[in-house]
Design a protein around this ligand. Structure first.
Ligand SMILES: [Zn+2]
Ligand SMILES: [Zn+2]
Length: 72
């Protein structure tokens, strides 16, 4: 198991820590406390998003789909 390479990955999944590549799809929780500027949560799949829900106690859970920016 090697650490994700910061030069090839845009970010990483907040649940499974898999790298999210540049230009790759990722999910964001719609709840505002999961989107603080200094504490953004990103998810590689809906199952990872699903996994964070019980711990966060969301009243209206949901997610939005996004594309990571292309590699500069
Ligand atoms: Zn994940
Ligand atoms: Zn959340």
């Amino acid at each position: 198991m090697t650490a994700p390479d910061p030069t090839t990955a845009w970010s990483k999944c907040s649940v499974c820590k898999k790298p999210i590549p540049y230009g790759g799809a990722y999910l964001k929780c719609v709840v505002s406390t999961c989107n603080r500027k200094r504490f953004q949560l990103y998810f590689c799949s809906d199952s990872c998003w699903d996994a964070h829900n019980p711990g966060q106690n969301h009243r209206n859970p949901g997610y939005t789909e996004h594309l990571a920016p292309p590699h500069a």
